[in-house]
Write a protein that binds this ligand. Structure first.
Ligand SMILES: O=C(O)CCC(=O)C(=O)O
Length: 262
C-alpha cells in the first residue's frame, strides 16, 4: 500500500546462529522473536509520531461549533488515493440512490456508497444502507485517519460529485445510531469545494437570531473533524458551484453504535 511517510527499519538477523548453530539455536530464535516484536513496536510508534506531527491542525470554533481541519495527505498521496478509489468504489444504484425528505422521494444529486464493518447499516435521509466490506484503499485511509485522530471508525459514507452541479443540501449528521462522542471525520479528494455551516437558529428568512455562517474550502487531501456538539446546533451543506468542472470524492468516517452500544 501507499506508505510513503513510514520509515523502514532493518534488523540484523544473522550473527549468533552462524557462530554456534546447535547449542544456541533455540535461545537465538526466542531472541529473534523478541527483536521482531520490538522492531514492529518501534515501527508502529514511529508511524504514529510521524502521522501526528507533520500537519498543523487548524481549530474552527463558533457558538456550539467545534471543528478541526488539516491537510492530511500531500498532493501526490491524495492523487494516488483518488485514483485507487475510482477503481475500487462501487456506487449505489436504484432505490438506494434516493432520499426521503418530508415524505417525498428525491434522486440525490451525486453518487453514494457505504462501506464498513460486517453487518452495519446506516439510515440516511430516510433510506437504510447496508455497509459493503472495506476495500484495501478505504481500510488504509481509515487507519491513517485513526492514527491522526486517535478515534476508531466502523463505517464510511462516500459521496461522489461529478462537478460543481452536484451538491449536498443543508442537514445535520445527528442520526440516533451515530456515536455522539466520536467526531465525524470528513476526508476530501479531488476538486476543492466550498462547505457551509449554518446555525439552526439562523436559518431561513424568519430566523430568530443573526449568527454568521461559517464557510470553509475543503481542499484535496484535507480532513475536517466535526466534533460534538457541532451536529446538534449547526447544519452543513456543500452548495452547487458552476465554476467547478472536475469531480470530488468525500469520505465521512463515522462510528455507528451497534444495537445502541459503543
Ligand atoms: O461532501 C461533503 O463534504 C459533505 C458530506 C456530508 O455533508 C455528509 O456526508 O454528511
Amino acid at each position: 500500500m501507499f506508505v510513503s511517510r513510514s520509515r523502514k527499519r532493518s534488523i540484523d538477523w544473522a550473527t549468533s546462529e552462524q557462530k554456534d548453530p546447535f547449542r544456541k539455536k533455540i535461545k537465538d530464535e526466542e531472541c529473534n522473536q523478541e527483536m521482531v516484536k520490538e522492531a514492529m513496536k518501534q515501527e508502529e510508534d514511529s508511524n504514529l509520531i510521524e502521522f501526528l506531527q507533520p500537519f498543523p491542525w487548524q481549530k474552527i470554533e463558533a457558538e456550539g461549533l467545534d471543528c478541526d481541519y488539516a491537510l492530511l495527505f500531500s498532493k501526490e498521496e491524495a492523487d494516488h488515493l483518488y485514483t485507487k478509489l475510482e477503481e475500487e468504489v462501487v456506487y449505489l444504484t436504484g432505490d438506494e440512490t434516493k432520499v426521503k425528505v418530508f415524505g417525498k422521494v428525491f434522486n440525490v444529486p451525486r453518487k453514494l456508497a457505504t462501506y464498513g464493518d460486517t453487518g452495519l447499516s446506516y439510515t440516511y435521509s430516510g433510506v437504510s444502507h447496508q455497509a459493503s466490506q472495506w476495500t484495501p484503499t478505504l481500510k488504509y485511509i481509515r487507519d491513517v485517519v485513526t492514527k491522526a485522530t486517535g478515534k476508531t471508525f466502523n463505517f464510511v459514507l462516500i459521496n461522489r460529485y461529478k462537478n460543481g452541479q452536484d451538491q449536498m443540501g443543508e442537514h445535520r449528521d445527528d442520526e440516533r445510531e451515530l456515536d455522539p462522542l466520536c467526531p465525524i471525520a470528513s476526508l476530501s479528494l479531488g476538486a476543492a469545494r466550498d462547505f457551509v455551516f449554518r446555525h439552526q437558529e439562523a436559518r431561513g428568512k424568519r430566523s430568530r437570531r443573526q449568527i454568521k455562517p461559517v464557510k470553509l474550502e475543503l481542499a484535496h487531501g484535507s480532513l475536517l473533524l466535526m466534533n460534538s456538539p457541532t451536529n446538534t446546533y449547526w447544519y452543513h451543506s456543500l452548495p452547487a458551484r458552476k465554476r467547478v468542472l472536475t469531480p470530488r470524492i468525500n469520505l465521512t468516517f463515522r462510528h455507528i453504535l451497534q444495537d445502541g452500544k459503543k
